[in-house]
Design a protein around this ligand. Structure first.
Ligand SMILES: Cc1cc2nc3c(=O)[nH]c(=O)nc-3n(C[C@H](O)[C@H](O)[C@H](O)COP(=O)(O)OP(=O)(O)OC[C@H]3O[C@@H](n4cnc5c(N)ncnc54)[C@H](O)[C@@H]3O)c2cc1C
Length: 470
């Protein structure tokens, strides 16, 4: 098969005129490759594979010394815990197909042990008191209003979510009624949430504050959840195995450890400057999260929505602490495994496994900020003391293994985006923008999925767009 027939095959049904309409080679002068791909996370790796399959010459430039981006398995810690994405949803069509092709196994065991899943059986530490789920409705620490008192703190967000407007499907946010694009705090208050309920929902939310997140973000998340309801899976051997396998099938160079410091687009191509050199392509696809991209100068044509969101799209701040335990004390004290607190420094404490006995602290928003601002030795002492106070069976058994913060990484500066108040229409426009020679993909550019699947969805779409243009 020739390159052109290959590309025609890839484009599946695109008109021959488009395929034949290549810019003459002379027009791209010093250009080194057809497409420079910035970032070797899921979006960048899928894009490279698709473009390579279409017969195009690509190069991936990645700032870290590893592939995977926000899929990051900490291979050097006991039990190899995850720092990044974990849960593979039932509706992750693209991810499941890629894992199947690459023979990367998925296991349907996405419980709290993976370090993220909510569990209604958590042990609560609220307003300074430790309370079991059974005792919660009558506990003195329970300061919810009368009609909320029997709802567990971890279930309040879901419970009020059922009182909000429903989106018909995961894509409905793209053209949603703009009057829905109000703060999540206002929407919850209108649904009847008390101040204490708002405080507890915010304590461990997937975002920074209720006041700065759009209600439409929560509605979109709920619609995605409903569409893909079912057991979640995890990637065998650690999440990073998937991007590693994706990278292994790519023949084009993947230049690791090359931090992009500037991007310039002109009429004939895009020059991408890195700490080591520069590379030029007829097109470039940038998968850097906007939270990190806002610190990199871009010179060239940008859709107004994209330009605005590069500067302002909010990302959830999250910091973690990994602790080992001399014994699995949660097995013997008769209490639920997960500790769910309103203490900003420890947030939620998940059991990662019994052998090795490991725990992970998830702090978000202001708590995540507090964790990174605190001297590491003091943070370790404080975290251990607070866990021991909430759960006495932990006393003397914990050791801090590592503190980890995504918001401190210059290549992430947060864990994932959320829609800020009044930003839904802008983000919808950004995901539809086609760009001239500089294009954007990544988790934040998806229209119907979230998380890992969103990264793949956007990479797939942009690869098709660019292949049609070249
Ligand atoms: C803590 C956490 C938990 C999560 N949990 C889940 C989950 O359970 N389920 C789920 O589906 N998703 C989850 N996600 C989200 C999921 O991991 C991401 O959506 C997905 O991995 C993003 O892929 P991406 O390719 O869009 O971006 P990234 O993986 O961030 O890729 C971008 C790449 O660009 C590189 N880069 C950045 N700046 C530069 C620069 N200046 N120069 C060169 N390279 C640069 C980065 O190093 C990175 O490799 C989670 C994420 C985190 C962080």
């Amino acid at each position: 098969m020739t390159v052109a027939t290959n590309r025609r095959h890839f484009l599946q049904g695109t008109s021959a005129a488009l395929v034949a309409g290549f810019a003459p080679r002379a027009a791209w002068g010093r250009t080194e490759v057809d497409v420079v791909i910035i970032g070797a996370g899921l979006a960048g790796l899928l894009t490279a594979h698709k473009l390579e399959a279409a017969g195009l010459k690509t190069v991936i430039v990645e700032g870290e010394k590893r592939v995977g981006g926000r899929l990051h398995t900490l291979y050097d810690l006991p039990g190899e815990p995850e720092a990044g994405g974990i849960q593979v949803g039932t509706g992750y069509r693209l991810l499941r197909a890629i894992a199947n092709d690459l023979k990367v196994g998925l296991s349907e065991r996405g419980g709290a042990g993976a370090g993220i899943a909510e569990s209604s059986s958590a042990l609560f530490n609220i307003n300074g008191q430790t309370v079991t789920p059974a005792d919660w409705p009558t506990a003195a620490a329970n300061r919810l209003s009368a009609n909320e008192r029997s709802t567990l703190p971890s279930a309040l967000g879901f419970s009020y979510g059922t009182k909000l407007r429903r989106l018909a499907n995961p894509e409905a946010w793209l053209d949603a009624d703009p009057t829905l694009d109000i703060s999540y705090a206002t929407a919850l208050r209108q649904a009847g949430a008390s101040d204490e309920a708002l405080r507890l929902i915010q304590a461990n939310m997937n975002g920074n504050t209720l006041a700065s997140m759009s209600q439409l973000h929560a509605l979109r998340t709920a619609a995605i959840f409903r569409a893909g309801a079912g057991p979640t899976a995890t990637i065998d051997g650690g999440s990073q195995r998937l991007p590693e396998a994706m990278a292994a099938r790519i023949k084009s160079p993947i230049r690791l450890g090359q931090l992009v410091t500037g991007i310039s687009e002109d009429a004939n191509g895009v020059t991408v400057r890195t700490t080591k050199n520069s590379v030029r392509g007829r097109h470039a696809i940038c998968t850097i999260p906007f939270s990190a991209l806002r610190h990199i100068p871009i010179d060239g044509y940008l859709d107004a929505a994209i330009a605005t969101l590069i500067a302002s799209l909010p990302y959830t701040r999250a910091s973690f602490a990994y602790l080992s335990a001399s014994e699995a004390f949660w097995k013997s004290d008769g209490l639920p495994e997960t500790l769910w607190t309103d203490d900003p420094l420890i947030g939620r404490v998940f059991v990662l496994g019994d052998n090795p006995a490991m725990l992970k602290v998830w702090a978000v928003g202001a708590g995540a900020d507090l964790l990174v601002r605190t001297n590491p030795a003091l943070a370790a002492t404080e975290i251990i003391a607070r866990i021991e106070n909430a759960r006495p069976s932990a006393k003397g058994k914990l050791k801090m293994e590592r503190l980890f913060s995504w918001q401190q990484s210059p290549m992430a500066r947060g864990i994932y985006h959320h829609i800020g108040i009044g930003q839904a229409a802008l983000l919808a426009r950004a995901t539809r923008a086609e760009g001239q020679r500089l294009h954007f993909a990544g988790e934040h550019m998806a229209q119907s999925a979230s998380g890992m699947e969103a990264a793949l969805e956007s990479g797939d779409r942009v690869a098709r767009l660019v292949a049609e243009r070249i």
